[in-house]
Design a protein around this ligand. Structure first.
Ligand code: PLP
Length: 441
């Protein structure tokens, strides 16, 4: 399809997480995508440095996925998932389970990361209740955590802009661990930073305050993506696991970004060698070709709920579109590609070149930190006095104008390309960012 001759009416669409007025005065519209590239409506090629929104891990418009969705749409467009099923849903769950750490093999489908998070929090409460521990209702999140936009997710999340408007309606019993970001100790770390393991001990303080018998779960992103690529300090996740296990608290890893190869492994849990009780996912599970998400649960947790009820529905939760046939088809095709093409191995093999190219920005104008792991990097810029975020926003716009898609949050640029990227494109990406940084004040 050719680019439309005249731009569409932009007034009706209320855009998510967007400065609507500013965007509509200077729109950036995408028309097509293939492999590593988007094409804008004005016909420019844009190298995708962000896998869309951290989700198109296998690259754009993979024919196998397109075909699977198209043929499923013609075969059976929709099937109810309550008290009815369809074979693809079960196959998709089996396929998801095969990518999870051993023992985490019961799968509940959702349509997004936000729904996965709220589902996981509900599973944690239901688990304790089923075991006669109904007083375990407190949830623990982390500062600078992003867990989507449901009321559960923003309550355990740690981004004040996402919380303040809704502060009167957040979940009542939530505490937050401190975040692990420290430029003072960890600037320009490659891989996991050395400093910060002790921050996990803050959980002991929360336990001492409320008593473990009141705490249901701790939820963290094993690597915090949305607030600027915060790589967990060495030993930190292990310590969280040890403390949660000792106190009977469930540990939830929100792997909406990290699952499916971002770090070079199927999950961050496997990458870091730490097995939580519940893993949330979305994005890469379907290569974002159809909205899809899932929660993978330890068998004991599932069994406590499903076997803990006399009869009837065991868990009063679900979505009209849980395991939608198109999503199930996309998931199966996507996971097939990951396995066949060994894309996670590719991410692992490329990560040294990616790290080198990212860290070549040390010394570039405005750069106060570069951090990386797998195929993700954060480039933190000094903020302009009185205008936090403005410098990265300008860098983002200039990158886009020069044919590179990056992301920004505050004054941090994030780079997380599809795992099919090659070394030349990695060079193009970081050199392009370096060029833009020289052009902006
Ligand atoms: N959890 C994490 C860790 C995320 O990064 C995101 C989105 O970026 C979400 C949850 C929310 O996902 P969604 O936007 O699909 O609701």
């Amino acid at each position: 399809m050719n680019a439309p001759a005249s731009p569409p009416d932009l007034s009706h669409l209320w855009m998510p997480f967007t400065a609507n007025r500013q965007f509509k005065s200077q729109p950036r519209l995408l028309a097509r995508a293939e492999g590593m590239y988007y094409t804008s409506t004005d016909g420019r090629q844009i190298l995708d440095g962000t896998a869309g929104l951290w989700c198109v891990n296998a690259g754009h418009c993979r024919p196998e996925i397109v075909q699977a969705i198209a043929s499923q749409a013609g075969e059976m467009d929709y099937a109810p998932g309550f008290q009815l099923g369809h074979p693809l849903a079960f196959e998709a769950a089996t396929a998801v389970a095969s990518f999870m750490p051993a023992g985490i093999d019961r799968v509940f489908f959702t349509n997004s990361g936000s729904e996965s998070v709220d589902t996981a929090l509900k599973i944690a409460l239901a688990y304790h209740r089923a075991r006669g521990d109904a007083q375990r209702t407190r949830l623990v999140g982390r500062e600078r955590g992003y867990h989507g936009v449901g009321f559960g997710g923003i309550s355990v999340g740690g981004i004040s802009a996402n919380r303040k408007t809704f502060s009167g309606a957040l979940l009542p019993a939530v505490d937050h661990l401190p975040h692990t970001h420290s430029l003072e100790h960890n600037a320009f770390s490659k891989g996991q930073p050395a400093w910060g393991e002790h921050l996990a001990d803050e959980l002991e303080r929360i336990v001492a305050l409320h008593d473990a018998s009141t705490i249901a779960a701790v939820i963290v992103e094993p690597m915090a993506g949305s607030t600027g690529v915060l790589v967990p300090p060495k030993g930190y996740l292990q310590r969280l696991r040890e403390i949660t296990a000792r106190h009977g608290i469930l540990l939830i890893f929100d792997e909406v970004i990290t699952a499916y190869g971002r770090l070079g492994s199927p999950t961050a849990a496997e990458h870091f060698g730490v097995t939580p009780d519940i893993i949330t996912m979305a994005k890469g599970v379907s290569n974002a070709a159809v909205p899809a998400g899932a929660v993978a649960v330890k068998r004991e947790v599932h069994d406590a709920i499903v076997n803990g009820v006399q009869g009837g529905i065991e868990f009063f939760h679900g979505y009209t579109y849980s395991a939608h046939p198109l999503a199930a088809a996309a998931i199966l095709a996507t996971l097939g590609i990951y396995r066949r093409d060994d894309l996670f191995g590719r991410a692992r093999d490329l990560s040294p070149a990616f790290e080198k190219a990212a860290h070549a920005l040390q010394g570039a104008p405005h750069v106060i930190d570069v951090r990386n792991i797998g195929l993700v990097a954060g480039i933190e810029l000094a903020s302009r006095p009185d205008a936090p975020g403005a410098r990265a926003a300008e860098a983002f716009r200039k990158c886009f104008d020069s044919g590179l898609m990056v992301r920004y949050t505050g004054d941090i640029l994030a780079v997380s390309p599809p795992l099919i990227i090659d070394e030349a494109q990695i060079g193009e990406l970081f050199e392009g960012i370096g060029k833009v940084l020289k052009e902006i004040a």
